[in-house]
Ligand binder design. Structure first.
Ligand code: BDR
Ligand code: CA
Length: 307
């Protein structure tokens, strides 16, 4: 199996990503690190531990990370994920506690200790990942690829042009994009398309198996379904599907830059789709733009079945 570390802000769809990572045989989940995003970081730690317990994850280590973005103040997404960040489903408190080292230390330890290069899957604002890359750049030698949920080629969600994870900490996202390791951007363009049909959500909700039942409840909360037609989007879980089954995703290597200035485009991922992306040079700007494998299309049915 592929050694995987997830950095998340659990989060209803982060929970769907964790459930899949724990249960799918192609994935060896080595550690989970938490960052402020959908809710405050202590809430993220609690939610993450609860989900891992329900999924039967054993003793996968969980660490608390950054409580706020590098520069800006935190802005929660409670309107999407409920007051507890987990859809207010009344989940039990976890029995386990996080490890006694911080997220950056755990990430470094797990990445360097792995006998095979690790795939890092951030499904949250990129604060922990940026701190890791700046503090311990030696980890890049043992990172196979970073598959992150974030950004958008077209339409945003936090703003008309910016996706939440990148918008929440744009400077951190800019650090990630220039890390010098292979990167896949699983952005909103594909993220919103992978939706589990109502019949499957109903089946999961009535399961006697706690992990499956939790998956069904989370999907029903995510929507866009109704109580009668509870179809639910996989969201962040699609990024983990892309690790287990990269052939379900169509990507193109393209220059991507994060808009960092103040104003209405802050946090936008500017993807250069021009036929000759080097063109900037003829206008006298010869900046080196890192290439990112940007997801442009997804086989929705394949990922729904896989999940
Ligand atoms: C991203 O923002 C969060 O609310 C979700 O968990 C997902 O990671 C989508 O923009
Ligand atoms: Ca998330």
């Amino acid at each position: 199996p592929i050694p995987v570390v997830i950095d998340c802000d659990t989060g209803v769809d982060d929970a769907l990503a964790l459930l899949f990572a724990v249960r799918h045989p192609a994935i060896d989940l080595r550690a989970v690190t938490c960052v402020a995003g959908n809710t405050d970081v202590d809430g993220v730690v609690r939610n993450t531990l609860t989900v891992l317990e329900q999924a039967g994850a054993g003793d996968v280590p969980v660490a608390r990370g950054a409580a706020r973005p590098l520069i800006e103040a935190s802005r929660s997404a409670r309107h999407v994920h409920g007051h507890d960040g987990m859809g207010d489903l009344g989940l039990p408190a976890p029995a386990r506690t996080p490890v006694d080292v911080d997220a950056v230390t755990l990430l470094r330890r797990e990445i360097l200790a792995s006998p095979r290069p690790v795939t890092l899957v951030p499904t949250a604002p990129l604060t922990n990942v940026a701190l890791l890359l700046r503090t311990h750049p030696e980890v890049t030698a043992n990172i196979e690829r970073i598959v992150f949920m974030g950004g958008a080629v077209a339409v945003g969600n936090a703003t008309p042009v910016a996706e939440f994870n990148v918008w929440h900490d744009p400077e951190a996202a800019a650090i990630l994009l220039t890390a010098g390791v292979p990167i896949t951007m699983y952005g909103l363009d594909v993220f919103t398309r992978v939706v589990v049909p109502a019949s499957d959500v109903r089946r999961l909700r009535s399961s006697s198996e706690p992990g499956a039942r939790l998956g069904g409840e989370l999907l029903a909360h995510r929507g866009p379904g109704t109580e009668e037609d509870p179809a639910g989007g996989l969201g962040d879980a699609g990024a983990v599907c892309a690790v287990a089954d990269p052939a379900g995703l169509t990507t193109r290597a393209l220059p991507v830059e994060v808009s960092l200035g103040p104003g209405p485009t802050r946090g936008q991922t500017v993807v250069d789709l021009r036929p000759r992306p080097g063109e900037a040079e003829i206008h006298g700007e010869s900046r080196e733009q890192p290439l990112v494998d940007v997801a442009l299309d997804v086989d929705e049915d394949r990922y729904v079945k896989l999940w």
